[in-house]
Design a protein around this ligand. Sequence first.
Ligand SMILES: [Zn+2]
Length: 452
Amino acid sequence: MKKTLFVIKLLILFISMPVTVSAVSEISLSKIDRPQNAILFIVDGFGSSYFYPEYSPEGLDGSALVKARAGNFSFGARVADIRTGRPVTGIAHSMIVTGFSDAFEETVGYPDATIFDVTREHGFVNLAVMQTGDFINMRNEQDIILYAENNSVEDPLMTIQAEKAPPGIYDVMYEWKMKLPAYMNKTKGVGKYIALNRWGIDSANAVATEMIKKHPSQRFFLTMNIGEIDSGGHNMGDDDYVKLIEALDADFYPIYRTALENNIALFVTADHGMSFATLNARRGGHSSDKYSTKLESVRIPFIILSPNTVTGVIAGEYGQEDIAPTLLSVLDLPSNLQYSDGNAINIKKYASVFVRSDPKYKVSLWNNGQKVSERSDSEVIFSGLPLNSSYTIKATGNGINFEEKVSLDSDKQFNLIKPGRGSSISNRGLIAIILILIVNITGILIIKRIKD
Ligand SMILES: [Zn+2]
């Protein structure tokens, strides 16, 4: 039985591998300042209610809680009201990376489901330094990851999993793994949590800095997760939780500088927030029935620094599933996320049109009856288009005659590949999902039989 499962798993791996070598043609219609690299900075349990100027946190009993001073988290484009639908660590991390409001850890492993699949397809390496949210499917999306094997502040255990790491990055991660005891040395109480968070930020900063120095032309997407704001909220009181946020605010500054000075887009967010029963409660929570519907548990930050985005407070209500499409839009990558039901938040200074096409088609962009540009490729990207303008997309040749007018209030996507004709990736994706389901059901049956 185990052998059969192994064979099916190999088959899934094979089917999930991209079949077509896709080529991308990109045309910039104006000078755009696009970020070269990206850092996704996820802080576990980092409720925006506790540091956004707009909010005043409350306990379950309605008592006013103390706020953190966190001035370093007030840069770039700051989305004021964005919430997670499920304040549970693994699920919320899955929503962040898939842009799907019903995602769970399994979804992250499906073909073409995550932002990592899109970045990899467009030449990025995926690097990660994670203290929580690093479940197996998340780790497997990374080319290399330094992660915490346990969730212990007393005795943290770090491990490296490497697939195709750029030269030298394993060594940097190993060096930082070995530096952890020095960070933790002689710390106690809330200081232990602060030290572990600081180590996480400094390690990730060292990885980014190494990439910039040694591999300047290799684009990278660095995911990081800071785990101890959440642990502190669970194990200590609201006063210590706020102290941890203030320490994070100070320790965050060096990686912010790295991003600002090196054309790196920086996205700060959280999986969920944290709630406390009352002022001076001795422990908090976010996922149990008592806490999970509280605004303090579901309201998360989303703050973006990038040369091509606007600055200021972004009004409106958004969901955690909007983070992935927004991130891809800022990187000027198509939001080809198989399961996403999120929408890009309009923070980019221009619009881009992504056309998934057949190299035999001629894809052209028209404005006021004039042809602006024409290309043939499996993916054609027209970027740097003025917002709120109107264009017409046309595709001709090899039996296609496509024409559609678009008003560019934001990025637009077209898929000219008809189902059953060249859409082998999505068919293979479907087969892979069915096989994954078979493996899971068989696994459950085996476990059930063993238990019985
Ligand atoms: Zn969490």
